[in-house]
Design a protein around this ligand. Structure first.
Ligand code: EPU
Length: 417
């Protein structure tokens, strides 16, 4: 039976908790190891299921990995295979991040098309369009993207929509292209800037990451480097909401406050006490949150990856809130589960209307994706009585030792297998 979490709710969390390195920065940084024959070293690789999956994928392509606790060294002396098989890509869409590096270094790639997932259709047309602009020949054969190029050439690429992994894939491909590439309408997420920092440490020449115009001057080869991965702003935001929703007093440390601007602003609107330090945030939960409206958008807007967690807090607010999801078309799966805990939520298209209740009541619920499972854990922490969150493997994909961190803050939470 897959593992589940049992939570006795209603305990205000107290203390200090450290944020781990970001999943969504670690995955592209690992893929970047394909761009050089020398070792790429990460002093703080998070221990997550998705990271393990990416490592497995890199190993099938020829990587050797040396891991010692959080320190990991990844070396792809030679690319031995250019295929990302469906078994792996279908368990983790971010596998598609090997496409750009493989074509750039090896001249060819076969990557399974990811297909839809629990939160939406999620096509990769922008990745492919950009690679074609860089001179790759692209074909779809038997469910696989097949890309070939002897040497990529710099180009001007305007993305039709803001895509995080799309920007990352193209940025990695362009580092080894001949000439200069400009990506317009690039994603500005901190994870994109972190990847650019990693690539620049390897000898890349990338300018403008963190803005919507990224310029990449291609270089013939990249070298090994040591890169410290940026803190996980979504884990940080989730822990901050844990403090708020339990009426606790929690300091979340080892984070970058600037990466949390939109989340902290919303929480303050809800009456959550927020104190911001240089690398920490102290949160004090209100007796009852105030309602608010939120619309998800690309960074620096309110992240879709924090939408489920905020909705959980708003479920307890003193009045009516509205949450509008603009990034993914099916990212309200947590709403029906929150209703099992007593929430009053109605969804219509991309908008959820939430009428706050005073308390959640413990119940059995089921996680459907990573952030939905985080939301259910948060609800369980606040609920009266016992909550059981099934399918916790979703949580393990992207949160490092979540239940241990919460237990250290006083939560009564246990993993059962
Ligand atoms: N899109 C297209 N065509 C493309 C690419 C994207 O239509 O070629 C659409 C998507 O379908 C979606 C929107 O554009 O509607 C944005 O998608 P994006 O490409 O930015 O998402 P992603 O790169 O696949 C990353 C994170 C997600 C996070 C989103 C949005 C990683 C590994 N994943 O996904 O993280 O939700 O950006 O910020 O970085 C999570 O961690 O739980 C998670 C889902």
């Amino acid at each position: 039976m897959p593992a589940r979490l049992e939570i006795e709710g209603g305990i205000p969390l107290r203390g200090t908790v450290k944020v781990s390195a970001a999943k969504n920065a670690a995955l592209p940084a690992l893929a970047a190891a394909l761009l050089t024959a020398e070792p790429l070293v990460f002093p703080n690789l998070p221990d997550l299921q998705d990271v393990r999956t990416m490592i497995r994928l890199l190993q099938t392509l020829g990587a050797t990995i040396d891991r010692n606790d959080a320190r990991a060294s990844v070396r792809v002396a030679r690319v031995l295979k250019d295929e990302a098989a469906y078994e792996l890509v279908s368990t983790m869409r971010a596998s598609v991040l090997v496409l750009g590096p493989l074509v750039a270094r090896h001249g060819s790639a076969r990557v399974a098309l990811p297909g839809g997932c629990a939160i939406g259709v999620r096509p990769i047309d922008q990745h492919l369009k950009g690679l074609a602009k860089l001179g790759a020949e692209i074909a779809i054969e038997n469910g696989y993207v097949v890309a070939r190029a002897s040497r990529l050439r710099g180009a001007s690429i305007t993305l039709d929509m803001v895509t995080v992994t799309g920007t990352e894939n193209l940025m990695m491909a362009a580092t080894l292209a001949q000439g200069t590439t400009v990506i317009e309408n690039a994603a500005r997420e901190p994870e994109v800037s972190d990847l650019a920092a990693c690539l620049n440490a390897m000898g890349g020449r990338i300018d403008g990451a963190g803005t919507s115009r990224i310029e990449i001057e291609g270089v013939p080869t990249l070298a090994g480097a040591t890169h410290r991965i940026v803190p996980d702003r979504i884990e940080a935001g989730t822990l901050i909401v844990a403090g708020a929703i339990t009426r606790g007093d929690v300091t979340v440390s080892d984070l970058v406050p600037d990466h949390l601007g939109a989340v902290l602003a919303k929480l303050e609107e809800c009456g959550v006490g927020i104190e911001v330090g240089s690398t920490w945030v102290r949160v004090r939960g209100p007796e009852r949150p105030r309602p608010t409206d939120v619309v998800t958008s690309p960074f620096p807007g309110f992240a879709t990856d924090m939408q489920a967690q905020l909705m959980t807090l708003l479920g307890l607010a003193d009045g009516q809130s509205r949450v509008t999801e603009t990034i993914f078309e099916n990212r309200f799966m947590h709403a029906a589960e929150l209703v099992r805990l007593g929430a009053r939520i109605e969804t219509e298209g991309s908008t959820a209307t939430i009428r706050g209740v005073r308390h959640y009541q413990g119940a059995q619920v089921m996680a459907s994706d990573l952030r939905a499972s985080a939301a259910l854990v948060l609800a369980g922490l606040a609920a009266r009585g016992r909550t059981e969150v099934a399918r916790v493997y979703h949580l393990d994909r992207g949160y490092e030792r979540m239940e241990t961190k919460l237990a250290n803050l006083g939560a009564r939470i246990e993993r059962r297998t």
